[in-house]
Each structure stands twice: as structure tokens, then as C-alpha cells.
Write a protein that binds this ligand. Sequence first.
Ligand code: P6P
Length: 338
Amino acid sequence: AQGSTLDRDSTTLSRHVLQQLQSFGPDAQDLSALMNRIALAGKLIARRLTRAGLVEDALGFTGRTNVQGESVKKMDIYANDVFISVFKQSGLVCRLASEEMDEPYYIPENCPLGRYTLLYDPIDGSSNVDINLNVGSIFAIRQQQGSDLDQTASDLLSSGRDQIAAGYILYGPSTVLVYSIGHGVHAFTLDPSLGEFILASENIQIPAHGPNYSVNEGNFWQWEESLRDYIRYVHRHEGYSARYSGALVGDFHRILMQGGVFLYPGSVKKPEGKLRVLYESAPLAFLAEQAGGRASTGTQDILDVVPDKLHARSPLVIGSTEDVSLVESFIKEGQREK
Ligand code: P6P
């Protein structure tokens, strides 16, 4: 037992990435280094969140609005800059595209030959920061296609199947980093006394069905009738629990660990929904499929969606295969009746 505990404690994130790839070639080294930078960003953000009520520039609003028209919180800016800072030193990343930036940030020292692009939502669910509830960072790593000399980053407008790695950091009672590089989904827990993310669980699998359904029912009357019919179905049937924290990463993590379905559907007025393809739906869809689950817009696999612009949105239905398919069946039924 002692041996296995020590083995686990010495399986750091960067080591785990190399083991995943069974090779120590240049790609493996790069991804290992990239995941190490993600881990450093997570530690820096976790540290600030832990002291949010005690330091300046952590709570409250900046008075600015971002490209989404959402009010920007101080924590959004801090976390956005953390990712830029840790990747500047990596020498591997040329561009960073974030929910908090209208255009991608280019790192001139690494461009145009930088091989990777980081797409991220630095603090997702930031409205939870001021009430000490969980928030998260979501990330995806893609290889840069072409030199992008005109800095339009048009190569990023491709399907989620071009992601080479994705994951999130969940800042909750403990700080958990979940990632996949295409070889299963694995979770690490931050040990603050070591300053290391330690392997917690490997090859996480989403159950085929689970009890949780996670959706903001306050939007009930904005949805298509077919979605309302699905909600009426779960209201009528035993065994369902409504769980919604208002922060996507925490709500998705519950689904990943216990099964069920998270939905952010389109509404009649906003058929594309609220969540962003490139740095919210697509990374989580990558994880969901790697964990034996599914992610859909309701009519199409999320990983097949090709965004038309950097901050494109899509509806999201994600989680257990049976639960996602049940939602899709209601939507298809609704389309037949039209
Ligand atoms: P609503 C947070 O603002 C966020 O982007 C996700 O983290 C979360 O799932 C969703 O929006 C919550 O949106 O409309 O239910 O408040």
C-alpha cells in the first residue's frame, strides 16, 4: 500500500502525459510541457481564488463588458492574463484565443512557427466567484495550421475533431484538473502542500445513464415545445434529480462522475444558445466522448460543428449516451410535428 501511494504521489501530470503517449517523441514532450503550463495556470488562479475576499482585484466587476456583452469581473481579467503569461514562457504556443479577448493574442517570440494554439475560457461561471461557489477554467489545445501571417486565425474555424487535447480545472473544495489527450479522461487533485496535481482517477467513464439533469429551468418558456416535453418527461418519471450550479465546469464534472445530462438549449429568440463552441462546448465534448459519453447540439454531434466565427455559440446537450439520445429523440419528434 505504501508503495502504491508513493507511486501515485509521484505520478505528476507531466509524467502521466508521457506515459499516455507511450513515446517520448517531440509531440509527447510538447504536450507534456503544455499540460505543465496549464497546471501552473491552475495553481496561480486557485491561489487567487482562495484569497478572493482578502486581496484587491479579485472580487467584483471591472465596469467593462467583453465581446459577449457580459460584464467583466476582475477575476476574468486576472485569469486571462495568467494563461498568457505562463504560455509566453512555453516557447510552444503562438496564439491564445479566449472568451475574454475579441481577437486572439499572438506571442511574437513564438510566431509564426509556434506549433500550438490555446483556446480557453479563463474563468467560466465567474458570477459564482463573489458567492464562493465553484468556478472553472476550460481549455483546448490545437496545432496551428499554416503560418497565419494575416493573423485572422481562420484555421481555428474547424471542427472539434481537430483538438489534440482538452480539459478543465475545477476550483471547488479542492482544485481538480481533468484532461484528455485522446487516450481517456484522467483527473488530478491539487495537493497545495506539494504544489503538485496528483493523479486521482484514470480512464473515467460516464455511466450510460445517470440521475442528474442539469438545466436552467428559468428559461422553460423560452424553449421549443419539444424541450418542454422532455422536461415534463423527467418531472413525471422517478429517479431524476435537478442539479444546476450556474457554472458549466462544476455541472459538467458532476455529469462526468455520476452520469446524467447537462443542457444549455437554444431558445426561440436565441436558437444558438449561450455557450461558445471553441472554448466551452468543443473541449467538453472531446472529454465526454473520450469518457464514453456524448455531446450534441440536439441535432448534430458537437465535435462535428464547424464554427463560422471565433466566438460562435451552439446549443449543448452533453453527458450519458442514453440521456443525450433521449433529449435528441424529443427534439426529432418535435421537428417531425412541425
Ligand atoms: P444561465 C456562466 O456564465 C456560463 O457561461 C456557464 O458557466 C453556465 O453554465 C451558464 O453560463 C449559466 O447560464 O443563463 O443559466 O445563468
